[in-house]
Ligand binder design. Sequence first.
Ligand code: SF4
Ligand code: SF4
Ligand code: SF4
Length: 488
Amino acid sequence: MLPEVPVDAAVRTEALRRALALPPAEILARVEAVGLRGRGGQGRPVAEKWRLCLARPAGPKTVVLNALDADPRMPAAATLLAADPLGALEGLAIVARAVGATQGYVAVDRENPALQARLTEAIRAMGVALPLAVAPVEARFVCREDTALLASMAGRPTMSALTPPEPAERGFDGRPTVVHHAETLAQIAALFRADADSKAPGTKFFSVQGPVARPGLHELPLGTPLRTVLDDLCGGMAPGSTLKFVQVGGPNGPVLGPDELDVALDYGAFEACGRKLGSGSIEVLDQRTCAVDYAVRQMTFLEEASCGRCTMCREGSWQVRELLLDATQGKTRADDLETLGELATGMREGSLCSVGRTASDVATTVQAHFSDEFEQHMKRKKCPTLVCAKYATFHILPDKCTGCGECLPKCPVHAISGEPEFIHVIDQDICNQCAICEAVCRPIAGAVARAGTVKPQTPPEPVPVGSFKAKPAGLGGLGGLRRPPTSI
Ligand code: SF4
Ligand code: SF4
Ligand code: SF4
């Protein structure tokens, strides 16, 4: 969809002219023949929306280009519209021809005036006889839902609405409105530039983040195995990292274990195992990731992303987050796992839109893959990765501490003792594992370490920097402490 060399202006003008000269039924047939699916996150067949719109009585109809990237890990619209804004606009003109729309809008983040100006310029440059206007909207995760995007366009709160009617039946201003993401529209334009007999399902952007050798954004044919993306395109895991799990499709996407990497990155293949390909973002996590803490972070994002319209999504995502957060802080109740399952079912069945229906998937799939790690947190109050601060102890490593004293005044419970040029010491009976000293020292000396059952040797009280000598394993005596020299 992103041409490796810019498409010649005459070639693209001619391709668009030919597409717009086709009868609407022929455009629809071509899109259906390749099984084109929406790329913005839902993966819905494009023709399905068009058919709903075409079934409406004749009258004014609208098409909308969604220029937002709802998933913060997937900059597909931003990349496309920066490199080739005409591609998505041409796609919009073709959709308008297919469904008989007489008005088009480009929904752009209202906080991004530069993109608004760029698209206004591109609309002028395209010169197609379809009235097009830029519509500034509130960029929120829930705008992956067409009803929420249209509400924002109309100046109403950015919230999803109950469907049916679908926007393609009754949308913006009460008119049948077909909304497509910029990536979907670029695919439509590319389809009508390609050979008319081509049955290729098209390409999709996949953005890979995390500890791989070469993270980045890739445009790949649909159906590429996930393993090929991680091993061949991204160069495998970064040195020192071992794959723990992968999350595909955004913060509400499912989690896959290392034994599931042969799955094809394709809408049908994901649906066949009860999952969604979503936005196409791929987050790679290594052995240092705590599964429970990861689920808490995703649920925090999703709880904030909820538009708040329905109780099961608004309260359910908060409850799931709180329950998981408690598990990272030693506050679990005996029936929490059961409650988690009940909340997830309630959210799936009782939420109004896909945001709430999928919000608990990350919690349930992480729990299914790492039930032992969940149990360690919930029953044995342990975090095997030591990411959860409440299950770790904090120690100042004597060979790294420079005695700068920066951490001492920051400790909220005065658990640190020391003076300038002395190795500082943490009193384990006072420390409340807030991790502030760790954050303070990280850029200075990285001297604060977390420990589980095996603790590092530290002096029992502050001693001059450089004077501490660790006790060889198995020896008794002074516990590795070399006393400061005393005057005779
Ligand atoms: S499921 Fe969530 S995002 Fe969707 S309408 Fe309900 S509260 Fe809003
Ligand atoms: S632990 Fe870090 S911040 Fe604290 S005194 Fe030592 S070097 Fe400075
Ligand atoms: S972890 Fe928090 S409470 Fe403990 S020593 Fe560090 S700053 Fe103080």
